[in-house]
Design a binder for this molecule. Structure first.
Ligand code: FES
Length: 307
């Protein structure tokens, strides 16, 4: 008990929750980008290319973003792998200070670009990550639950084994880490591709017919959330005027969170960073720079279909 009381005050233990949180956040961010085909597809409205073009004008470093927009897929992959490297470094305690500094550079870049319009400014997650990584850049892991610390201790405990043993241990660790990253990325890709394919593979479902919803499911003056059978995206079907149906893609053009429908008067709000859109999908405020994508629909008897 006495030992634990003493230990829990050590910087390495105090910083452990921060390491776990930031490590998971960066790993998730990187793997999600690789797993999302649309992020690397310049033609997609949620791609790296489209996002850079959208925020370029409002960013204080917008003049530097030309090459990033021109090579969106390349920079998207680099960003994803950099995030994975930061996540692994912080989580496993490998070159933790360097990983934390790298994470700060990424967070600063993202704050000055994609979340520069967040209002108030401190609601930007990127500025929070930037500050939260600072203690790790200063103190590292303190030798607590860290691969670097474990390797150093192993070398001290078994000096006879020397560099060769350390090198082999390091290689084994690196391969294990790589395996975890690849398996995680692959399972995410698989999960997403399966969920996107589901509507098309149903045979009798909405995918083959282009049906978004039944007329009776969409209230007058209200909306129903559906899955767009063509893109696999979440979407909203609305009936603002009796008998007149409209639809919008629910993917926020800022960073891809699904927007929520508030009411016919209040429109849509994005839960991630607060962008708002009217009920036609027109952008009203927030970091998103574009409108929600309209989906052309028409009522066909009892069903609402894409046209
Ligand atoms: Fe950032 Fe919607 S994802 S405002």
């Amino acid at each position: 008990m006495g030992l634990w009381t003493e230990r829990r005050r050590e910087p390495g233990w105090v910083l452990l929750p921060l390491r776990l949180f930031l490590g998971v956040v960066f790993l998730d961010a990187g793997i999600s980008k690789i797993a999302d085909k649309r992020f690397l597809d310049d033609a997609s409205p949620t791609s790296m290319h489209a996002n850079v073009l959208a925020i370029k004008g409002a960013s204080p470093i917008g003049d530097l973003l030309g090459p990033v927009a021109d090579h969106g897929a390349l920079f998207g992959i680099l960003l994803a792998f950099a995030e994975i490297a930061v996540g692994l470094g912080v989580l496993l305690g490998v070159a933790t200070r360097l990983a934390a500094v790298g994470g700060m550079v990424l967070s600063l870049s993202l704050w000055l670009t994609v979340s520069w319009q967040a209002n108030p400014w401190f609601t930007s997650a990127d500025v929070v990550y930037l500050v939260a990584l600072t203690p790790l850049a200063i103190a590292g892991t303190g030798g607590v639950l860290s691969l670097d610390g474990w390797l150093a201790n192993a070398a001290v405990r078994r000096p006879g084994r020397g560099r060769e043993h350390t090198r082999r241990t390091l290689l084994t660790g690196a391969v294990a880490v790589l395996g975890v990253a690849v398996v995680g990325a692959a399972s995410l890709v698989r999960r997403r591709s399966v969920s996107t394919a589901e509507p098309d593979s149903s045979g009798s479902g909405t995918a083959s017919t282009g049906v978004l919803a039944k007329v009776s499911e969409v209230p007058v003056g209200g909306a129903k959330q559906v899955t767009d059978p063509t893109s696999g995206d979440p979407a909203w079907v609305l009936q603002l005027t009796p008998g007149q149906f409209t639809a919008v893609d629910a993917v926020c053009p800022h960073q891809g969170c699904p927007v929520n429908f508030a009411s016919a008067d209040a429109g849509f709000i994005c839960p991630c960073h607060g962008s708002t859109f009217d009920s036609t999908g027109k952008r009203l405020s927030g970091p998103a720079q574009r409108n929600l994508q309209a989906i052309s629909v028409a009522a066909d008897g009892t069903e609402i279909r894409r046209t």
